[in-house]
Design a protein around this ligand. Structure first.
Ligand SMILES: Nc1ncnc2c1ncn2[C@@H]1O[C@H](COP(=O)(O)OP(=O)(O)O)[C@@H](O)[C@H]1O
Ligand SMILES: [Mg+2]
Length: 246
């Protein structure tokens, strides 16, 4: 197994104000890790730092043992799938064109790409007849499935998901959670999932990293956070979701 991603002393400030305090964190290969915490606690920023869409002020981030630099970031980004809040699909491209975008950009043979697309439709339960529709012609759940297919198209070694189900109604959301769980297991995918929903984290993740105000408060299984909270914030964060049984 081992770590697919390793952060050591990573820091980031915006306009002189510290956003991410010095952070050490390892993400294990083949597992799903949930980054959870209140809005503004730097979850999305952490994913952007990993992808080098923004530069850290200090510290290092290693992907598969190699330190990510400005120079190798474009190459590493191709080995990492990224699905953002609301999906981020291009509205003027069909579902098919959205999924195939990077593959075409990299000049992959069309036949190989179509085979992969068919696999992904089966995996993510997306109806192939809807591939030629534009995002506006799809349901919210279908759009998220397209975003997921796009994230998985190049068989990434790591998949980063930023609140992928945040905008969906509860029934669609729960169906997608079940499908995601099956997909991650089937692919033995290494996943970092950002969410603010503890029930979702408990259902999907092997390990939970609870953050607050730019730092990690506690890392562990949901049972560890519940039974051995390291401070009052952890207790309150879990209590705030007490209607959920886990
Ligand atoms: N590019 C940026 N410039 C200035 N401030 C930013 C930038 N990106 C994020 N921030 C600030 O960093 C904090 C964390 O943001 P974010 O990572 O989006 O939080 P989360 O995803 O946990 O809700 C917020 O206070 C936000 O305003
Ligand atoms: Mg966010």
């Amino acid at each position: 197994m081992g770590a697919v991603l390793e952060l050591s002393g990573v820091t980031k400030s915006f306009n002189g104000a510290s956003a991410l305090r010095s952070t050490d964190l390892q993400f294990q290969r083949g597992l799903t890790t949930a980054l959870i915490g209140p809005s503004g606690c730097v979850k999305s920023t952490l994913l952007r730092l990993i992808l080098r869409l923004i530069e850290p002020d200090g510290g290092s981030i290693k992907f598969d043992g190699t330190e990510i630099t400005r120079q190798n970031a474009p190459e590493i980004r191709r080995r990492v799938g990224y699905v953002i809040q609301e999906g981020g699909l291009f509205p003027h491209l069909t579902a098919r064109a959205n999924v195939l975008l990077m593959s075409r950009h990299l000049g992959q043979p069309g036949e190989q790409a179509e085979t992969r697309l068919a696999e992904l439709c089966a995996l993510s339960q997306f109806p192939t007849e809807a591939l030629d529709r534009y995002p506006a012609e799809l349901s919210g759940g279908q759009r998220q499935r397209v975003s997921l297919m796009r994230g998985l198209m190049l068989s990434p070694e790591l998949l980063l998901l930023d609140e992928p189900l945040g905008a969906l109604d509860p029934l669609v959301r729960s169906a997608l959670q079940e499908d995601l769980k099956k997909i991650f297991l089937r692919l033995q995918q290494s996943v970092v999932l950002v969410t603010h929903d503890m029930a979702e984290a408990a259902y999907l993740a092997d390990e939970i990293v609870l953050m607050n105000e730019g730092r990690i408060v506690q890392k562990g299984t949901v049972a560890e956070l519940r039974d051995q909270p390291t401070n009052e914030f952890v207790r309150e964060f879990l209590n705030a979701q007490r209607s959920v049984h886990f």
